[in-house]
Write a protein of this length. Sequence first.
Length: 325
Amino acid sequence: MDSHYDSNKIAAPTEEVIAECGSLLREGKLVVIPTETVYGLAANAFDPKACARIFEAKKRPDFDPLICHIASFEMLDQLAAQVPAATQKLIEKFWPGPLTVVLPKKEHVPDIVTSGLATVAVRMPSHPVALKLIQSAATPLAAPSANLFGKLSPTRPEHALPLAEHVAMIIDGGPSPVGVESTIVREIDGKIHILRPGGITPEEIEKTSGLECALEEHNDLPDAPGQLLSHYAPEHRVRLINEGERVETPEDAALLVFSRMPDQHFKITKVLSPERDLTVAASRLFEYLHLLDSEECSTIYVEKVPLRGIGIAIMNRLKKAAYEN
Ligand code: TXA
Ligand code: MG
């Protein structure tokens, strides 16, 4: 796909490549890194100029703060002024992994990373290549998803090619196994607010933290910017339908179903998980949306998935992909 982009930038994560990326990141360059959730567009979090290039490359508005990726608790200490008790439990249980925590920031964390907020979002990814790259750079890496702002999230190195001209390298760590972005949480006054549903489910958060947990979809919390109603959007129009629902003119349309082939004939159909496994569905979600979006079709119809576990994160992304496009 995307043959007009410079695919020479994609490199396998050899020792030499990882060492070189560490130097490039320290020099202020951008590198696309694999993570277990989605691919990230990374820069040295303590280099405001490098972080500014992220916004430029993604065409991202500057009110949308970045997540800092760390490989050790020393790095957490460089970023966060304090870690509340229940958040500490979540970190111990889910790091490294697809959980981002919003914490009061240390003063020297650049405003461009936090959009001027008093808090910073931090996560320790579990992807071994991500961890090696952060260690090699020897600094926390600010990294949003490696897509153009508002577009489909990248779960394979090729998906980051529209950013190729802005980056020194795209590191190939294989398909992202989780497939949807991290769960973002913030502890306020004895309650855990889920600012974005993701790879860790609300049930798991509640059980581990021992606190009540509130899901803030399209939230109006003043300190939860960036969660826009329209996001993750393919080029084609997306319409959500119920399982098994029939549509008009399926022959011109693409279809993404949860588990069962439809009885109508669509131009192209993809099945997320024949065995109805929501985790498998999440891991294929953006890959299949990219694939259907590259077809000529009038509309991409997408079946809703059950609203439980990681299905909550899938439906969150699908509603945004379908919002007025
Ligand atoms: O899985 C992920 O989290 C991926 C990979 C690359 O790690 N990253 C990712 O980043 O999804 P991005 O930029 O697409 O989403 C970051 C979101 C922002 O839109 C914002 O909603 C939230 O994180 N965020 C960042 N800093 C925040 C803060 N201080 N307070 C509240 N929300 C914050
Ligand atoms: Mg994103």
